[in-house]
Design a protein around this ligand. Structure first.
Ligand SMILES: [Zn+2]
Length: 149
């Protein structure tokens, strides 16, 4: 599932009136331009930019955007850190050969073959023969947050 601004901010789109659609669109674009930050301080900065832009352009924005910014300032609300987990790569993200792509491209780039980490991961998923192989399937938390900063 792709991370969206409304999901990160826990906004229920159904509650946003049509007049505020434009602001939501602007907000989404700016936030995506910022690299979809979800780390509280980065998200707050992004929200600040969004609100400033809406004010400058005279666009009516949903009150929830301002509320979330204030909550981030006060530390009373923060996005779910689990949202920062990137979509699962076919291979092992720590693999030095394919960097998680799961495939090795042959010279020339016209063909490729499955990387060993991909084959290992696939067989581990079907039947974890050893605890180490089973652990290979675990989502890697922690490392994903720093990459968004
Ligand atoms: Zn690999």
């Amino acid at each position: 599932m792709t991370l969206t601004l409304t999901r990160a901010l826990e906004i229920d789109i159904k509650l946003i009136p049509v007049e505020e659609d434009k602001a939501l669109l602007l907000a989404r674009r700016l936030w995506e331009f910022d690299g979809r930050p979800i780390e509280p301080q980065a998200l707050r900065r992004s929200l600040e930019r969004i609100l400033t832009l809406c004010q400058r352009e005279g666009v009516r924005y949903p009150a929830i955007l301002l509320r979330r910014k204030k909550e981030l300032e006060r530390g009373t609300w923060a996005p779910d850190p689990a949202l920062a987990i990137p979509e699962e790569l076919p291979g092992d993200p720590n693999c030095t050969i394919c960097r998680g792509a799961g495939v090795i491209t042959n010279p020339g780039g016209l063909s490729g073959r499955n990387c060993e980490c991909y084959i290992r991961k696939r067989s581990a998923k079907r039947d974890p023969a050893t605890p180490e192989q089973a652990l290979d399937c675990q989502p890697r938390r922690g490392s994903s947050l720093s990459s968004l900063e």
